[in-house]
Design a protein around this ligand. Structure first.
Ligand SMILES: Nc1ncnc2c1ncn2[C@@H]1O[C@H](COP(=O)(O)OP(=O)(O)O)[C@@H](O)[C@H]1O
Ligand SMILES: [Mg+2]
Length: 137
C-alpha cells in the first residue's frame, strides 16, 4: 500500500496530517498498537521538521506485510552537522517556532529511537532525505 503526502514549510496547521492518516491505515490493518505508536511518533517528528525547518517536502509511505517504509524528501537548508542535530536538546528553531511549542530538540533523537532503520541524507542549501523503516514484529 503506497501513499504520498506533500508538506508546506511554515504550515503548522497541517503538521501531523500524514501521521494521523497512516495511524488510521495501520489500525485498519490490525497492526500492534505499540508499533503504531512508534510509527506515529517518528513520522510526526519528521513531518514537523519539514514544516519547521524546510521550505516544502514530500512524504512517501510504503506499507508492506513486513513493515512500513517512510521517505521524507524536502527542499530546504539541509543539515550542516548531522551529529550535532542528532544530539538531544539541540535545536535551531526560531523564537516564533518555540512560541508554538516546537523546537525542543528531541525530534531526530526520537525518530532514531523509534525506528528499526533510520538514515539521513542531506545537502546544505538543497535539502534533506530521511528514510525510516519500522518492522511489524
Ligand atoms: N528537515 C530538516 N531540514 C533542515 N534542518 C533540519 C531538518 N530536520 C532537523 N533539522 C535540524 O536539526 C535540528 C534538530 O532537529 P530536532 O531534533 O527535530 O529538533 P527541533 O526540531 O525541535 O529543533 C533542528 O533544530 C534543525 O537545525
Ligand atoms: Mg523537530
Amino acid at each position: 500500500m503506497k501513499f504520498q503526502y506533500s508538506v508546506e514549510g511554515g504550515d503548522f496547521t497541517m503538521a501531523g496530517h500524514a501521521s494521523s492518516q497512516v495511524k488510521k491505515s495501520l489500525k485498519q490493518l490490525g497492526i500492534d498498537s505499540s508499533i503504531i505508536k512508534r510509527v506515529v511518533v517518528a513520522l510526526y517528528e519528521a513531518e514537523v521538521n519539514i514544516v519547521a525547518h524546510a521550505y516544502r517536502g514530500v512524504i512517501d509511505v510504503d506499507i508492506e506485510s513486513a513493515g512500513i517504509k517512510l521517505k521524507l524528501t524536502d527542499e530546504g537548508p539541509g543539515i550542516p552537522d548531522i551529529e550535532k542535530a542528532m544530539t538531544k536538546g539541540f535545536s535551531t528553531a526560531s523564537a516564533a517556532v518555540r512560541e508554538m511549542g516546537f523546537g525542543a530538540g528531541m525530534g531526530l533523537p526520537n525518530i532514531r529511537d523509534n525506528s528499526d532503520r533510520f538514515t539521513i541524507d542531506t545537502v546544505v542549501n538543497k535539502g534533506t532525505v530521511l528514510s525510516i523503516e519500522i518492522d511489524f514484529k
